[in-house]
Design a protein around this ligand. Sequence first.
Ligand code: TTP
Ligand code: MN
Ligand code: MN
Ligand code: MN
Length: 368
Amino acid sequence: VATSAQTDLNPNAKLACQRESPLVCPNQELVERIDIIRRARELDMNWQSALSYARAIASIKAYPKKIKSAKEAGKLWYIGNKAEHKIGEYLKYGQIIETKTLLEDEKYKVLREFTSIYGIGPMTAQTLYAYGCRTLEDAKKFYDNPENTAQQSSDDEDENKRLPERWIEVSLALKDDLGIKIPRKEVEQIAGTVMKELEAIQPGCSHTIAGGYRRGKPESNDIDIVVTHPKADRKRIQELCQELTDVLSKKGLVTHLMTLTGQNTPKSLHADVIAKALTVFSLPGSNRSCRLDLVFAVPEVYWTAVVGWTGSTMFQRDLRLHAKSKGLKFDSSGITRRNNQSVIVAHSEKDVFEILGLPYIHPTMRNA
Ligand code: TTP
Ligand code: MN
Ligand code: MN
Ligand code: MN
């Protein structure tokens, strides 16, 4: 994995989608310490402050040299006085005072553990804490009591992570498995197994393993696969999603299924060009489970789906901002012109960047 810029792009461009962000950067330890503060803001549901820190972190991730002074860091985008001061502390004392305090704080420790469970966001974590839960065992017991779960709902910021109660219970029950990171080799093996089943249903599909895997992470928290077929229309795409998850479930490969297709009010006009199944996958004989996200896209939006599901979250956020500034709307389900909603089809991943007027950024440099 490359750790520094591969091209002559400006490392201090304003948006994350305009610059290269390696998986591991020259200021990695600093980034990780600031990220503790960002997470604390998120746990406190101070979204604005969390986003400010996320932007500051992203700026540092793209910076190609080791930072030697707070003033040097202050010249980067989104490094304001507060962040600059904290960087000063780090350079002077080898640590950020607030980070140290947060790492020792019992409440944040508990909240961090709760939100490590898939489906538990800051709101749910805070609710559990307010009810007196301090361990995952407490949380399990909380959900075991039907009185507690009647009205609660999950709250992750991401629309697609707004999962029902039942899913939290599944995640808690499987926490030992789902907490284990998946090495690249295993990601590839599972993707191979899944695609073999799909080939039997519909020959000629193509796929891309997206997510953190594609950004070069040595280990992933889940597996994200984007699938298409050159002749599939919207209806066929929805069917393929259904048929594949049916087969995988029947064979015991998928043990838990949370199909989101058709359950959400489509935000975008073109939502049905994509079908999604968020699942738990279990390879018989391997005695462990992992999260598997399957995304089916009609060929017209395949490459936008691949870019969307490759992430990172900050890279995507800025892709959407950048698109807006060009009078376009970008998301996983396509690129449209804002004035007349007309669709622009990208025929490759590079095409997506070209349409948006951006230099191509290699997937392993999208770790903003
Ligand atoms: P994730 O699988 O949540 O995260 P990741 O693959 O970057 O890292 P890991 O799984 O190892 O923790 O999401 C993958 C990308 O997909 C994310 O960067 C943004 C995008 N995404 C969506 O577009 N919609 C969604 O509902 C989700 C969950 C992710
Ligand atoms: Mn979470
Ligand atoms: Mn992932
Ligand atoms: Mn995922």
